[in-house]
Ligand binder design. Structure first.
Ligand SMILES: CCCCCCc1ccc(Oc2ccc(Oc3cccc(O)n3)cc2)c(O)c1
Length: 258
């Protein structure tokens, strides 16, 4: 029983640049010996992701995947199965909400804004889990993880519709864990504290939330993408094989503070 991922392959969805949480996860998994399959959204990111992938010592693959398109998800996962065969896990690090819905009041959220946030930030996990299942490409002891945030458990100013979408994502983790457990596939979430990523720039008041965490969290500091990556390594490894439907907080303990 170890943290080694030698001989295993993992799909990591959502790398944008070197500050991405998905990139921290990729480095941890690659350093443990895994091969990494990257998927990204938006042609402009492709070059970025390919350049980052090439800096890893391990074998890597890079595919575009627009997770709002069911045909594209199925086609991408069929291609991944063709090229790498069985995968041993998947890290879903994908979310989006319109900037106008990440400030001000939640009550004013538009129907379109609510739909977009839930489609990309919550439903996409179920869509990719379904594609992996249908293509019978996940190993028996497979592990799926996603990224969530405290704003889905309780009100965090400005997080608004993304918080409601994260609540849907958190419940999805539990229902997917129940469906896939009999196939030996585990489904868990990491709830990370605020980290200054490209996505974080879209949230009004991010800096004050980060400052509050550094002052109030039991560890009195922020967390890094490396720390999230190492917890992801634990969730992908056999050391967590008794865990599913769980959310692990990598937030310096902030979530225990009222
Ligand atoms: C006020 C909350 C402070 C802490 C927020 C921590 C956090 C940071 C980034 C998170 O990921 C996203 C991903 C997409 C997202 O939507 C965006 C991002 C950039 C531009 C845009 O139009 N939408 C917002 C946050 C996230 O879910 C949670």
């Amino acid at each position: 029983m170890s943290l080694s991922l030698e001989g295993r392959t993992y799909v990591v969805m959502g790398v944008a640049n070197k500050r991405s949480i998905a990139w921290g996860i990729s480095r941890s998994l690659a350093n443990a010996g895994a091969k990494i399959v990257f998927t990204y959204a938006g042609e402009r990111l492709g070059k970025n992701v390919r350049e980052l992938a090439d800096t890893l010592e391990t074998e890597t693959f890079v595919y575009p995947c627009d997770i709002t398109n069911d045909e594209e998800i199925d086609a991408t996962f069929r291609q991944i199965k063709e090229e790498v065969g069985t995968i041993h896990g998947l890290a879903h690090c994908i979310a989006f909400a319109k900037t106008e819905d990440l400030e001000g009041t939640f009550v004013e959220t538009s129907r379109e804004g609510f739909k977009i946030a839930h489609d990309i930030s919550a439903y996409s996990l179920t869509a990719v889990a379904n594609a992996v299942q249908k293509n019978e490409m996940m190993a028996e002891n497979g592990s799926i993880m996603t990224m969530t945030y405290l704003g889905g458990e309780r009100v965090v100013k400005n997080y608004n519709v993304m918080g409601v979408a994260k609540a849907a994502l958190d419940a999805s983790v539990r229902y997917l864990a129940n469906d896939l457990g009999q196939h030996g596939i585990r489904v868990n979430a990491i709830s990370a504290g605020p980290i200054r990523t490209l996505s974080a720039k879209g949230i009004s008041g991010f800096s004050s939330s980060l400052k509050e965490m550094e002052e109030k969290a039991p560890l009195r500091r922020g967390v890094t993408t490396e720390e999230v990556g190492n917890t992801a390594l634990f969730l992908m490894s056999d050391l967590s094989k008794g865990m599913t439907g769980e959310t692990l907080h990598v937030d310096g303990g902030y979530h225990i503070i009222g």
